[in-house]
Write a protein that binds this ligand. Structure first.
Ligand SMILES: [Fe+2]
Ligand SMILES: [Fe+2]
Length: 485
């Protein structure tokens, strides 16, 4: 079910029930609700008149920026349909009555005799639902990149870009609404083919989230730079010097397609070199380098893809980010590398380092973010700004992961903001089957003496399955079982 919305005309600000349609709720009311910790699920896909998916029906809207973006399109009200998943909930998880239903003294869909869902249960439910949707989207994306790369290999470089563009549009909408969704991506990879597919999706989703953050704070950044730095150091969106402007949605989409396809030239490289576990010889490294300026450019030309964003990403995602950075290619003055290409390079390094391969362990994502930041910090003002967008997007503890505290307790992350942690073991590592009160941390600290133990990497819930309490085991499904055990 899809609801088309007229953009460009205000539909008013009051909640109402339309004559034959679903109740319309004002965007301002929804923004207030989310600001106060509440949740909205529209129960229907909200699509602009131009056909762009604005809000997905089953995905909880938990960040204000998503709603502000809808408001900026001139939309004053949207329909909310109370379905099994759609509706509005306050910060305590209590369902709110919609205009179509009589004012309720008890929650509209509360079961008599049962207390409304607690905040913890609501958050756990949301994490589970987003993870399920993310898994389905990533599977679809994997099929798409597999088909495109296979076609490039089998058809002398030719492939159909339109399914890729459609799929990336869908993925971008999803990750824009759920900035932590990249934390559910696959990082355990044993074959190069799988690596390339997963890596393409991971770089696309991570890069998209970082670009969104970079773009949102763009005006402030430009003002700061212009006050402190000669404007000549800036390059524009296509890589030419001097001017900057805000990236428009269509440009961001092309950039995300570029992120998704950034390594397409690799399918034309000898698999023996790509699959090599040990250190590459100089000649092998020379061969790998051809996946950008030679192979990728040949494929793009063959398919008449002259989009500057896609071209720049494919061509320069291994270029220098500072003057004397070693082993970079092709040669280009680092200040003229477009900002989105720099984002791609950071996402590329982050994904490669945090992925588990047959011959190497995955590195702790938090440690990797710190390492990348320290390596590229203070090289140039624009890169510094991109790094901050990168760290604030990726350097978090994703909801649904398990982290250790310095007092020995293990905790399930309920919310990456703070973060908010649910203790699941005591300080001796013994599982606590009774739900505990969440710990709301401030900048990673609960009390002066209790912090997140940065020496221990956050675990995916399945990796921590043995210590999960029963109520979490019910929602974390071990692979291959198809159901909770
Ligand atoms: Fe590459
Ligand atoms: Fe890559």
């Amino acid at each position: 079910m899809t609801q088309n919305i007229n953009t460009g005309s205000s539909l008013g600000q009051q909640s109402a029930v339309t004559a034959n349609g679903p109740p319309m709720i004002s965007i301002d009311r929804l923004i207030d609700l989310v600001r106060q910790g509440g949740t909205v699920r529209t129960g229907v896909d909200i699509v602009s008149k131009q056909g762009k998916l604005l809000l997905e029906k089953d995905v909880p809207v938990t960040d204000i920026e998503t709603l502000e973006r809808v408001k900026r399109l001139g939309i004053g009200q949207i329909p909310i349909i109370a379905t099994a998943k759609g509706g509005m909930w306050d910060a305590q998880g209590v369902p709110l009555a919609l205009p179509s239903s009589p004012p309720a003294t008890t929650p509209a869909n509360a079961v008599p005799g049962r207390r409304p869902r607690s905040e913890i249960d609501q958050q756990l439910q949301q994490i589970t639902e987003i993870k399920e949707i993310a898994t389905a989207k990533y599977e679809k994306a994997k099929g798409c990149i597999k088909q495109a790369l296979h076609s490039i290999q089998q058809n002398d470089g030719e492939f159909d870009v339109s399914p890729v563009a459609d799929m990336v549009t869908d993925l971008v909408d999803f990750v824009s609404q759920n900035e932590n969704s990249f934390s559910y991506m696959t990082r355990e990879i044993f074959s190069y083919d799988d690596y390339l597919y997963n890596h393409s999706i991971n770089v696309c989703t991570i890069g998209t989230v970082v670009m969104k953050k970079f773009n949102e704070n763009f005006s402030a950044a430009v003002n700061t730079f212009l006050n402190n730095t000669p404007a000549t150091v800036f390059d524009d969106k296509a890589g030419n010097e001097h001017s900057f402007s805000y990236f428009q949605p269509a440009e961001l989409r092309d950039i995300s397609i570029g992120f998704f396809m950034h390594d397409l030239g690799k399918v034309l490289i000898d698999p023996k070199i790509l699959n090599k576990n040990g250190k590459l010889s100089e000649s092998e490294f020379e061969e790998i380098k051809t996946h950008t300026a030679e192979k990728a450019m040949t494929v793009l030309e063959k398919n008449c893809l002259a989009n500057p964003y896609i071209t720049n990403v494919c061509l320069y995602h291994h270029a220098k980010l500072y003057d004397d950075e070693p082993r970079c290619y092709p040669e280009r003055v680092h200040t003229t590398v477009p900002p989105y290409v720099k984002v791609c390079k950071l996402a590329d390094i982050y994904d490669a380092m945090t992925s588990k391969r047959a011959y190497k362990e995955a590195l702790n994502p938090v440690g990797v973010v710190t390492e990348i930041f320290n390596h590229y910090a203070r090289k140039d003002p624009l890169l510094q700004y991109i790094l901050h967008s990168f760290v604030s997007s990726v350097g978090i503890y994703p909801p649904g992961s398990v982290v250790a505290l310095t007092d020995g307790r293990q905790c399930y992350v309920l919310d990456s903001k703070g973060p908010v942690l649910l203790p699941i073991t005591d300080d001796n590592g013994r599982t606590l089957n009774q739900k505990q009160d969440p710990i709301k941390m401030v900048k990673g600290v609960a009390k002066p003496d209790i912090k997140i133990d940065r020496r221990r990497p956050p675990l995916a819930p399945l990796a921590a399955y043995k210590i999960l309490p029963d109520y979490l085991r019910r929602i974390v499904k071990p692979p291959g079982t198809g159901e909770a055990s």
